[in-house]
Every structure is written in structure tokens, then in C-alpha cells.
Design a protein around this ligand. Structure first.
Ligand SMILES: Nc1nc2c(ncn2[C@@H]2O[C@H](COP(=O)(O)OP(=O)(O)OP(=O)(O)O)[C@@H](O)[C@H]2O)c(=O)[nH]1
Ligand SMILES: [Mg+2]
Length: 336
């Protein structure tokens, strides 16, 4: 008899009860979720799956074949170097959704954040800051969706771990009687396939797996460190007045040597759980075995360490940043 195809309601993978070692395994095809989702939800046991980005790009291309509105989601602590890259794949209308507002200091005004992105010359319809975890601006987002949507379907896209599934779960919880069981986790590549969720007769949200961000530090640290790296609470920025010749080591993961410049202020916007140490750079060899990259930081720029956060530097500075070789590090105009 031909078995009917059934997909996991947590991650979208095709369910199968034949091979325990393969994706989508469940003890009985009667179940609605795969074993991996079951273990993540019930025991917090996370299993890393690395997806190829080709599959993700195929999904984006399929979005491009539609006329549907797209929510392009970005983690505010981990903003991509080039947000317009998404335009290579999709021409749809896009709302830029800046997520995890709750981790940036409350003292910073939303307007300031929004204007920062509006000044970037981005090819998007609109920009909004949200936090589904704190139920922040979710009503406003729904209004924006209604304003711009071009059909019943709205796609949610963005890198892994930015909070796409969390947002859809929250929208469903707030505005729908239909159930929604998307799996969420602190690890990348939780969602594995497109999943359509009907919010109402005229709005269906479509969750997608995220593009794997190879430059993100989460790919190069022990999974026990992930909780420390991902801030749960509002960040308390830590400011250090540095003279040239001084260095900072953050969370045992990154080292910054201040090579040249005047007395300067370095403010670390990263998880409060990461310890910051300051010392004379010539008296301490800590993390010097990591890969060094030199940067000329301009007046009022951030040094972004992908996946970790950023360091706001006030004056011009020449620095060497030591980190895992694969981690993307870049400078940009100060966000805050
Ligand atoms: N601080 C904070 N964390 C959030 C927020 N929304 C989501 N997260 C966290 O971000 C992590 C990833 O959430 P997911 O919803 O699984 O992210 P995703 O984009 O669906 O990830 P993939 O399915 O892997 O592409 C989880 O640890 C969430 O708790 C938020 O508003 N604030
Ligand atoms: Mg997801």
C-alpha cells in the first residue's frame, strides 16, 4: 500500500518510521512530530543538523515565483553586513523585521534604530522592531502585514536562529484559534522545510528554514557555550576607557588589541554572561593563538563580531581582533 506523505508540524521534515539514523524519523507515522523535535521540546536535547544553503536558496527562488509579501527577519545583535543581498534571490515586497529588541538597552529609542536602517538605502517597503519573546510590537507588525500584503500568503525568511518560528508561534497565539507547534531552539537549523500556518481565512504565514550563516561564531564554539552567548536579558553595556597598548578579552572567545589611537572608549554590547578582561597587551598572551585580523576603525564605528554582538568605539583606532578564523568580523557606522 502506498503510504501518504506526512510532514512534521514542528520542523517541516518528511516523516518516516523506517530509519532511526535519518531525518524525519518517528516511532510511528501516526505521530505529528519527528523524534528530533520531540526531544528538543520535551528534554531540551538539541541535535545539530547542517543543511546545505542550496536547499535554502531554492526555497527563496520559489518565493520569488510568487507575488507574496515577505517578512525578512534580522537579529538586531547580529545584523548582516549587507542586507540587500536578499535581493539577489527575491523581488517580492519586503518588510524588514528587526528582532530581539529586548536585548538592546531600553534607553535606546526605537526611532533611532529604525532611522539607522532607513538611512541605509535599503530596497524594502518598511522597517519595524519587534520582540516576540516580550510580545513587543506584534500588534503593529500585524497591521503592517495587512497594509502591505499582496495575497493570502506571507513568507518569513532570514538567517537561522533569528526567531522566525518564534514570531509565527506568537502571532498565532495572539490572533488565531488554530494551533501552531513550530519548534524553536537556541541552535541553528531548527526548521528544516517550508511550513504553512493558517492564521485566518485571508492570512497564511509560511515559516522557512534559515540560511546558515557561516561567519557566525555559534558554528565554532562548543554547544555548551551557546546559552552564554545568546543574551536572554537586556544587555548592560560595559564601557572601557583604553589607551593604546591595552587589550580586552571577551568571554574567552575574542581578543582586541588597541594598537594605535588616542585615549578611547570601547563599549561592549554582548551577553551579560560574557566576562570582559582588560590588560596590557604586551604582558599577556591570552587567545593570541587565534586568528588575527587588523582593522582601521573610524570615528563612531562598531566592530561587529558575528553571532556575539558588537563593540562601539568612539575615536579612530587601529586594532587587531583575534578570533576563530571563520568568524565574520567587520566595522560599520555605530548602531547606537
Ligand atoms: N532575546 C530574544 N530571543 C528571541 C526572541 N525571539 C526569538 N528568540 C530566540 O532566538 C532563538 C531562535 O529562535 P527560533 O524561532 O528557533 O529561530 P528561527 O529563525 O526559526 O531558526 P531556524 O529555524 O533555525 O532558522 C531561540 O532561542 C529564541 O528563544 C526575542 O524576541 N528576544
Ligand atoms: Mg525556525
Amino acid at each position: 500500500m502506498n503510504k501518504e506523505k506526512k510532514y512534521c508540524i514542528g520542523c517541516g521534515v518528511l516523516l518516516q518510521d523506517e530509519n532511526m539514523m535519518q531525518e524525519g524519523y518517528t516511532t510511528s507515522i501516526e505521530n505529528d512530530i519527528c523524534n528530533r523535535c520531540f526531544r528538543m521540546r520535551n528534554y531540551g536535547e538539541y541535535q545539530i543538523i547542517t543543511k546545505s544553503n542550496e536547499e535554502y536558496i531554492d526555497i527563496l527562488k520559489s518565493v520569488n515565483k510568487t507575488n507574496d509579501l515577505v517578512l525578512y527577519m534580522v537579529d538586531l545583535l547580529n545584523v548582516d553586513k549587507d542586507l540587500n543581498y536578499i535581493r539577489q534571490y527575491i523581488k517580492n515586497k519586503i518588510i524588514l523585521v528587526l528582532n530581539k529588541r529586548d536585548v538592546l538597552p531600553k534607553s535606546v529609542k526605537d526611532e533611532k534604530i529604525i532611522n539607522y536602517f532607513k538611512d541605509m538605502d535599503l530596497d524594502f517597503q518598511d522597517v519595524i522592531v519587534v520582540s516576540p519573546n516580550k510580545n513587543y510590537n506584534i500588534d503593529e507588525l500585524l497591521l503592517m502585514i495587512k497594509k502591505y500584503k499582496t495575497s493570502k500568503n506571507v513568507y518569513v525568511v532570514g538567517h537561522t536562529n533569528v526567531g522566525k518560528s518564534t514570531l509565527i508561534n506568537k502571532l498565532m497565539k495572539n490572533y488565531s484559534f488554530n494551533n501552531c507547534f513550530l519548534t524553536m531552539s537556541p541552535l541553528p537549523s531548527t526548521t528544516l522545510n517550508k511550513i504553512s500556518i493558517k492564521l485566518s481565512d485571508d492570512l497564511t504565514l509560511i515559516d522557512t528554514p534559515g540560511l546558515v550563516d557561516r561567519g557566525n561564531i555559534v558554528n565554532y564554539v562548543d554547544s555548551s557555550l551557546l546559552k552564554k552567548i545568546n543574551p536572554k536579558k537586556e544587555i548592560k553595556p560595559k564601557t572601557y576607557q583604553l589607551k593604546k597598548g591595552q587589550a580586552l578579552v571577551i568571554g574567552g572567545l575574542v581578543r582586541i588589541d588597541y594598537l594605535e589611537g588616542n585615549k578611547n572608549s570601547f563599549t561592549v554590547f554582548m551577553s551579560n554572561d560574557l566576562k570582559v578582561e582588560r590588560f596590557n597587551m604586551n604582558n599577556n598572551e591570552k587567545l593570541k593563538d587565534l586568528y588575527p585580523k587588523e582593522f582601521d576603525v573610524l570615528f563612531h564605528e562598531d566592530i561587529v563580531i558575528s553571532g556575539l554582538g558588537f563593540i562601539k568605539v568612539v575615536e579612530k583606532a587601529k586594532v587587531t581582533v583575534y578570533a576563530d578564523k571563520n568568524v565574520l568580523i567587520y566595522t560599520r557606522k555605530s548602531l547606537i
